[in-house]
Structure formats: C-alpha cells, structure tokens
Write a protein that binds this ligand. Structure first.
Ligand SMILES: C[S@@+](CC[C@H](N)C(=O)[O-])C[C@H]1O[C@@H](n2cnc3c(N)ncnc32)[C@H](O)[C@@H]1O
Length: 226
C-alpha cells in the first residue's frame, strides 16, 4: 500500500511547479492566510509544511518567533529547508519535524498560532485532531487553516469540479493523464468536508469563534479561536 509519505516522496521534486498549474489562486490563498495572522505569535506550528511556502511566509512575518514545521515526508522537508536557507531567514528560527499528524504528541497550551495550508484534508477523523489543536493553543491563540472542501450541494460540487477542470486544462495545461493522477490521489488520500461541516467540526472541537474568510471553488481559508 502506498502511504502518504511514499506519495509525497515521489511528488516532491515537481510539487512547487505542479501546484501552481493545478491549484487556482494558490498564492492568493496563502496571502489570505497571512492577512488573517494575529499581530503577535511567539510559538507557531505549521502542519504539513510541504516545501515550505507557508513556513517561509510565517518566518518572514514573525521574525523573532519559534516555528515548528511538521510533515510526513522527509523529501518535502528537505525542499522546505532549502527554501528557507535561500531566504533571509535563519534556520534556527524553524525546527522541522518528520511525523504523521496522527502520531504527533502536541504539548498543551504551547502555541500562539497553528497554521496549515492544504494538508489537514488528509485526516479522516478530524474532530479529535482539531480538539488536540485547540488544546495545544494558548488562551487567545489562533488556528488559521487553508484547505480543500467538498461542495455542500451536488450541483455546487459539480460546478466547482467543472471550474477546477477548466482551470487545470486551460490555465495549468494539465494533460488528461495528470488530471487522472490527481483524481487517483484524491480517492486514495483525501477526505474533504463541506464548508458548513468544517465550521461545525471546529466548533465541536472547542473553538468558540470560527469563520471562513475566503473561498474559491472548493478551496477555503478558516480562522478559529478560543
Ligand atoms: C498538498 S501539500 C501542502 C504543502 C504546503 N502546506 C503548501 O501549502 O503548499 C500536503 C503536505 O502535507 C503532508 N501530509 C499529508 N498527510 C500528512 C499526515 N497525515 N501527516 C503529516 N503530514 C502529512 C504531505 O507530506 C505534504 O507535504
């Protein structure tokens, strides 16, 4: 059986260029995450750092912070290290940890900010995991989460799928084989929630205030606090 680490090991070298071709408004989504960041955060967790695109933005935004960046794939982490090394950011600011989210021991009340982009849809049973995140935050701490959703109505799901397909073919130039590969990955690894369900999951996990601040097709950015 292919694990998520196997998948991203093979995908790592082409991740950055392929993501720009396969994900509409990827940079805008990262920008929305940055827009919603709290003014101050000393201890930060980046879940599913991948090649470090969000990690680098966090490191630049909070220059005196301590960032722990988690990912299951050693190869993705290596690329994130390279990215941070070539920027003005010192390596000491960021600690990389190779781990599955599911195996992560999160210290209680240890973080001011937990951020993540396009990674937590890999988790099947989200409520217990979100609860651990809520418990990992200090009082007033914030979760800022970019992720992929499912449409809440079949018609909306179809429209969003059609919109994505148009982007992937016309703007991204993805071939049918590349599109099939994405669909296969989604079937094997991805567990999407609808927007109302995502808000509900965050609420039942103990976050008192939750909001969706941005959405395009099935991509969205959430903020949760408390
Ligand atoms: C689609 S990439 C997103 C990377 C980056 N955050 C971005 O915005 O480009 C998802 C990342 O999450 C990691 N990942 C997926 N499932 C995971 C799991 N269960 N535990 C730890 N990391 C996981 C993958 O290795 C991959 O690097």
């Amino acid at each position: 059986m292919t694990t998520v680490s196997d998948y991203f090991r093979d995908y790592a070298p082409k991740y950055d260029s392929f993501t720009l071709r396969a994900m509409p408004h990827y940079q805008e989504m990262l920008g929305e995450i940055v827009r919603c960041l709290p003014d101050r955060a000393n201890d930060i967790l980046d879940l599913g750092c991948g090649t470090g695109s969000l990690t680098a933005l966090l490191a630049r935004h909070y220059q005196n912070s301590a960032i722990t960046a988690i990912d299951a794939s050693a190869e993705m982490i290596e690329l994130a290290r390279d990215r941070l090394g070539s920027s003005a950011v010192s390596h000491d600011q960021v600690k990389f940890v190779e781990s599955l989210f599911e195996n992560l021991e999160l210290p209680a009340r240890a973080y001011d900010l937990i951020a993540s982009n396009m990674s937590l849809h890999h988790i099947v049973d989200k409520a217990p995991f979100y609860r651990r995140l809520q418990e990992g935050l200090r009082p007033g701490g914030m979760l800022v989460l970019g992720d992929e959703l499912a449409g809440a109505l079949p018609r909306i799901q179809q429209l969003n799928w059609d919109g994505w397909l148009r982007f992937a073919r016309d703007s991204g130039g993805l071939s049918d084989i590349e599109i099939e590969e994405i669909v296969r990955h989604e079937r094997e690894f991805d567990h999407y929630e609808t927007l109302p369900r995502q808000l509900e999951l965050l609420r039942v996990s103990g976050f008192g205030s939750v909001d969706c601040v941005w959405r395009y097709l099935n991509y969205a950015v959430f903020v949760a606090q408390g």
